[in-house]
Structure formats: structure tokens, C-alpha cells
Design a protein around this ligand. Structure first.
Ligand SMILES: [Zn+2]
Length: 418
């Protein structure tokens, strides 16, 4: 069982110890690891992630500690960056913990205790789990819903406790004593002695984590988004330096958006709303204009084209309009009131063909409906390796880039006897 120095001091970043056991890399575990007689390194547990740091040997060799975990029999396992020249059991080592990472974890974990207690005090919402991630932390509250007013309320109350700079005390009590104290949360396993973390006159929890010594060190608590999860509602939050960094990142993004609109930060949502409305309107105006253009072009083409066998055949390849417009043009040609066949192409990427004819219904059984557009398209595409298909009255397909579309349209017109 490793003696855990962090239980009594979260501020201890340097310590001396002795190597008790060494495990070289194995097929199951590629990293070597060491067990020490005592350690100030915190192993991942209780929602808090592990410390990182260095072990310095007597000869001056430094070993990088990349992960720390709870092992069997209460031992703390220090995983080392491989490859490393490993010490022998019994060797003296000096441990150094990365202080910034430790401070960050203290701020997040103590902030979590305060926040969980605020949710409990104000809204009777118990915390059922805590997660500390690389960027943000989260707690899961046993409640189906948390309103934005409750988020703001809990954030305000938690920060009030931070500003009051209340002492955060560690003490050990028996389980029987702990049960009398009304802890926010009792650990499930049977232990004779419990380590209590107490934010003076606000929260008492049984916890093995590293904590600040006064609530002011948490710095600030910023709540972020909420999300429905299986066991209730997840609330994301950041404390201390993370809160400042995240606010800085948000500010930069918002400033950039405001500069694009030449607006103040708080006007950005309004500007975006206006801009979305504007682009909707413009899209509608553009669609209407294209519809009118296609109609006028279709009427002009029909007017200039003499009838062949009781129908008009319009063949047209667009080099400046996309396949969407080609389709629109074909529809206008075939729905203008006279039996017609439209053989239309667009060379704009992706190039394609649209074949359409006035339906038998619309042309009153006139000869305009005697061809089969789907079959005609398939026949034309088969000569160049394009893909597509359709019905008797309308067919559409894509062609390989660089195909001679004018020639394909002539070929199609020839097939139906233009
Ligand atoms: Zn805790």
C-alpha cells in the first residue's frame, strides 16, 4: 500500500521516496512503471484525472511520469515514458509534480464540490457523477431538466462562495461520525475512516481528491451548455484559469464575427438574424428571376422553331447555365401549350443532359408524345459511358467531363427523326 502524500497536502509538488517495485515493458503494457514507498502523484480516481511530472534518480537520470493509476492492494502505479533506463528496487528517487496541471485539477475539483452543493442547496438536484476532461468538466444531475434560470442561479451562488474565500478543510472521521454529519455524498464502499473535504459552512463531502485550501483559489466558476443524458442532465463547466481561457476564446470568436458586420459584440445575434433573412429573400428573388428567364428563353426558342411531324424539337446546349437551369428550360419548353420535345445539355460542371417531352395528356395524344425520353437518354449515354435515366416524358443524366454535348444532342434529334 503506497503512502499517499497528497491526502495531507495538495501543495506538495516535490518529495523524496524509495522505489519499491519496477515493471519493465511487457506485451500487455508497453510502458514501464514503478511503485514508490510514498508518492505525491495523484492517480486517476473519483472523476479527477492523474498528475504528470518527473522522477529524478540519484545519478541525475530523469524519468517522465505520463500517467498515474490506482493499482492492486492500494498501490499507486507511475507509468513512465518508454524507453527509460529503469531504477532498481530500493533506489532513492525525487518526485516532481507538474504544478500547473495540479493547480488546474484543484480548481476544477474544488469548483465541482461548490457547484454540486449549490445545485443541491437551491434546487435539490443531487450530483450523480463528475467528469474532468481536457477542456471542460461536467457533472450529471439527477433531474430530467435544468432551466437557463437555474443554470444562472447555481452559477451565481457558486461564485458567491468563491468570493467569500471560505476555508477548505480536510479531516478524517469514522463512518459512524460521517453519517451524523449529513454529507452531500457518502462513498458506497465500507471504509472505517473517511476523508472529508469541507467548504466551511457550505459543503461536506467524502473525497480523496486534491483540493484548494480556500475557495477563493478556485478563481471563478463558469457554466456552459447542458445536455440530456441517461441518468439526468449533464452540466458542463470550467473553473479558474480554464474559465478565463474559455472566455478569451469566446471573446475572440465573437469579436471576429462582430468585425465582419462592423457591429458591436452584443449586436451580432441580431446581425446574423438579419443576414439570414436577407439571404433567404435574395435566394427567392434569384429563383424567381431564373424561372422567368427560362420561360422567356423557352418561348423565344419555340417561336423560332418550325414544327416537324406535329411537334417542335428544341435542342440546346448551355455553356453558361448549370444543369438545374437546363432542367427548368426543358420544363418550360414542354409545358408552353404546344407539343414539343426538349433536348437540353449543360457543360457547366457537373455536365449533364435533360430530355423532356410534352406529356400525352397535355398534348391530347398528339405526335409530340410518341418518343420515349428514358430510352432515348439511355441510348445516347451508352455511347459515352454516362449515367442516368427517367420516365417516358422526362429523363436526366450525367456525362463524363469533356463530352461533345452538341454532337450528342444532334445524335438524339436524329434518332427521333428531327
Ligand atoms: Zn471530490
Amino acid at each position: 500500500m503506497t503512502n499517499r502524500l497528497y491526502y495531507d497536502s495538495s501543495e506538495m509538488h516535490e518529495f523524496d521516496s524509495v522505489v519499491e517495485d519496477v515493471a519493465p515493458p511487457s506485451p500487455e503494457q508497453s510502458r514501464p512503471s514503478v511503485i514508490l514507498r510514498e508518492t505525491a502523484f495523484y492517480p486517476t480516481s473519483g472523476g479527477q484525472v492523474h498528475d504528470t511530472g518527473w522522477l529524478t534518480l540519484d545519478g541525475g537520470d530523469r524519468l517522465r511520469v505520463t500517467e498515474v493509476a490506482d493499482g492492486e492492494d492500494g498501490r499507486v502505479v507511475h507509468y513512465l515514458e518508454a524507453p527509460a533506463r529503469l531504477p532498481l528496487a530500493g533506489a532513492a528517487v525525487h518526485g516532481s509534480i507538474d504544478p500547473e496541471r495540479r493547480r488546474d485539477h484543484m480548481q476544477q475539483h474544488s469548483g465541482q464540490h461548490v457547484l454540486s452543493s449549490a445545485f443541491m442547496e437551491l434546487y435539490q438536484m443531487p450530483t450523480v457523477s463528475f467528469h474532468m476532461g481536457e477542456d471542460y468538466c461536467s457533472i450529471d444531475l439527477a433531474t430530467p431538466f435544468v432551466s437557463s434560470e437555474q443554470i444562472a442561479g447555481a452559477e451565481k451562488r457558486a461564485n458567491q462562495i468563491v468570493f467569500e474565500n471560505r476555508p477548505v478543510l480536510i479531516r478524517y472521521v469514522s463512518r459512524a461520525e460521517a453519517e451524523k454529519l449529513g454529507l452531500r455524498k457518502l462513498p458506497p464502499e465500507e471504509r472505517d475512516e473517511l476523508r472529508l473535504v469541507e467548504v466551511a459552512e457550505f459543503d461536506v463531502s467524502a473525497c480523496g481528491g486534491t483540493h484548494v485550501s480556500a475557495s477563493g483559489q478556485i478563481g471563478s466558476i463558469l457554466l456552459r451548455k447542458t445536455e440530456k443524458v441517461r441518468q439526468g442532465t449533464r452540466v458542463e463547466f470550467v473553473c479558474g484559469d480554464r474559465a478565463v481561457r474559455m472566455a478569451r476564446r469566446d471573446y475572440s470568436a465573437l469579436s471576429e464575427a462582430a468585425a465582419l458586420f462592423s457591429a458591436q459584440l452584443w449586436d451580432v445575434p441580431d446581425q446574423i438574424r438579419k443576414s439570414v433573412e436577407e439571404s433567404k429573400l435574395l435566394r427567392k428573388q434569384k429563383d424567381d428571376a431564373l424561372d422567368q428567364l427560362a420561360e422567356l428563353m423557352a418561348l423565344a426558342a419555340l417561336q423560332n422553331q418550325p414544327e416537324t411531324n406535329g411537334r417542335k424539337i428544341i435542342a440546346r446546349a448551355f455553356s453558361d447555365r448549370d444543369i438545374g437551369f437546363a432542367k427548368l428550360f426543358a420544363q418550360k419548353v414542354t409545358r408552353a401549350g404546344t407539343p414539343a420535345i426538349a433536348l437540353v445539355a449543360s457543360t457547366v460542371d457537373p455536365p449533364g443532359l435533360v430530355f423532356a417531352q410534352t406529356s400525352a395528356q397535355a398534348s391530347g395524344g398528339a405526335p409530340g408524345s410518341t418518343a420515349d425520353m428514358g430510352a432515348l437518354l439511355k441510348q445516347v449515354l451508352s455511347t459515352i459511358g454516362g449515367r442516368g435515366g427517367g420516365s417516358r416524358d422526362f429523363a436526366q443524366g450525367g456525362v463524363p467531363a469533356g463530352s461533345n454535348l452538341e454532337q450528342l444532342l444532334q445524335q438524339a434529334a436524329g434518332t427521333i427523326g428531327a
